[in-house]
Design a protein around this ligand. Structure first.
Ligand SMILES: Cc1ncc(COP(=O)(O)O)c(C=O)c1O
Length: 446
């Protein structure tokens, strides 16, 4: 019998505390070691829905939407649906009065299925297919962000009176991982500002009778912490608006500065300073617009992860603990890169907690891996977990609301996990687990 079993009051003091700033606000570990989110016990969620399971705290997401709206009054907040989009999430976004950024006919179909207000939808994509464009025109979405000269011609042939923005690469380095850095010249998105392609795009869009140019767009990358880089991009975009006015006599009322605001995956990570961003941006815009004698444009932003990442966690069951003497200990769980490819894509790091039982054991550094046939199938490299972690234990991974469910695959024919919303002590299924029948349904057997 362990000491904490003999003296139950010791459990609380011996138990590891939850790392600050990475779990949904208000998340607690109870005296049994259970993780409680929005009043719902994660052991019960795991028992009811199985593992792995994505869990989403609805109120945490809504609070973050409101926080953004309150900190940036008058700014259009456009939730980037690529982070996580289900019908329920689309409904929450609509109810919170936000706009929605979609990137395909499929994402648009989700929005349409809940009657998301068409005028508040923005369509993105560097290679929109004819189906994407036709679906957008049919709905019709409020704005389409044009990304290439080909698209100007393709959309011009289909559209009658479609509002569009032009996506610009402002030549600003967001200082983030190469795979999610989109402001610099050498990549596939947008029209280069430096080369003159962006100004040329204005000329060509203006020549298309079916397109109505209303503004400019840029997005310099994701997981950005340096506000100065976004501010620099904004300054350059105002310079472009002035150039377009001077050269073509075109006045553009809208400026969309994209998303990319960072969240905290590990307790020590820098977080995005939203209040600082709001203050610096309004100052920079007022100054630059004054300098160019331009009215301040209507501003829009497109945060995805900053609104939903921290509202989500993932539950896994430990299947195997393997010690490789002198090397490391692997804790293998029942999910992996199929439900979270981010570590493999860009070296993402995570906070992990053992939950579901009282535990007073000291910690040691382990690596949490998945069940897939890739050596790179790592979920959390070098994380502290109690020494007595064993098969059957429940693990919770923090900050998995963004780019997990939406990036999931069925690698190794493993069905994708369910998505469960928690609110007011209740858990309800938003998306069910993918079954073997689902996986076989598309295979014709021919
Ligand atoms: C055009 C655009 N807007 C917004 C976003 C959202 O980024 P984040 O979720 O990092 O805020 C992305 C992400 O890829 C994007 O490409």
């Amino acid at each position: 019998m362990t000491l904490d079993q003999l003296i139950p009051s010791l459990r609380t003091s011996l138990r590891a505390k939850l790392a600050p700033g990475v779990w949904p606000a208000g998340t607690a570990l109870d005296s049994d070691g259970d993780l409680v989110i929005a009043g719902a016990r994660m052991t019960e969620v795991a028992a009811r829905f199985g593992t792995p399971t994505y869990v989403l705290d609805e109120a945490a997401f809504r609070r973050q939407c409101r926080q953004y709206a309150a900190t940036l009054p008058g700014v259009e907040i456009c939730y980037a649906g690529k982070a996580l989009l289900t019908r329920a999430v689309a409904r929450w976004v609509a109810e919170e009065g936000l706009s929605l950024d979609v990137c395909s006919a499929g994402e648009l179909a989700v929005a349409r299925s809940v009657g998301f207000p068409a005028g508040r939808i923005v369509l993105h994509g560097n290679a929109k297919t004819p189906e994407d464009l036709k679906a957008a025109l049919r709905y019709p979405v409020g704005r389409i962000v044009i990304d290439s000269f080909d698209e100007i011609d393709q959309l011009g042939m289909l559209a009658h009176d479609q509002q569009v923005l032009i996506r610009v690469t402002p030549g600003v380095d967001g200082h983030t991982h190469r795979a999610i850095s989109t402001g610099v010249e050498d990549q596939k998105f947008g029209f280069s500002l430096a080369s003159g392609a962006a100004a040329e795009a204005v000329r060509r869009v203006s020549a298309q009778p079916g397109l109505r140019l209303v503004g400019m767009h840029c997005h310099i990358g994701s997981q950005l912490t340096r506000i100065g880089m976004i501010e620099e991009a904004a300054r350059r975009m105002i310079g472009l608006l002035a150039l377009v006015r001077d050269r073509y006599g075109v006045r553009l009322p809208q400026l969309n500065l994209g998303g990319g605001h960072a969240v905290r995956y590990l307790p020590g990570d820098d977080e995005f300073d939203l209040a600082g961003y709001a203050a610096r941006l309004s100052g920079a815009l007022a100054y630059e617009c004054g300098r160019h004698r331009l009215p301040v444009p209507r501003l829009a932003i497109e945060p995805g992860r900053a609104l939903i990442a921290r509202a989500g966690i993932t539950l896994y069951r430990v299947v195997v603990v393997k010690d490789v003497p002198g090397v490391r200990t692997f804790v293998a769980v029942d999910g992996g890169m199929s439900d979270n490819p981010r570590p493999a894509l860009y070296g993402a790091r995570y906070t992990v907690a053992l939950i579901g039982r009282p535990c007073s054991a000291a910690t040691r550094t382990v690596t949490v891996v998945g069940r897939h046939c890739e050596a790179g199938d790592i979920l959390a490299q070098d994380v502290p977990l109690p020494r007595d972690v064993h098969a059957g234990d429940l693990l919770a991974v923090a900050c998995t609301g963004a780019y997990h469910q939406s990036l999931a695959s069925t690698y190794n024919m493993v069905g994708r996990p369910p998505l469960v919303a928690v609110a007011d002590g209740d858990a309800r299924l938003l998306v069910r687990r993918e079954t073997e029948e689902d996986l076989l349904a598309r295979d014709t057997g021919m």
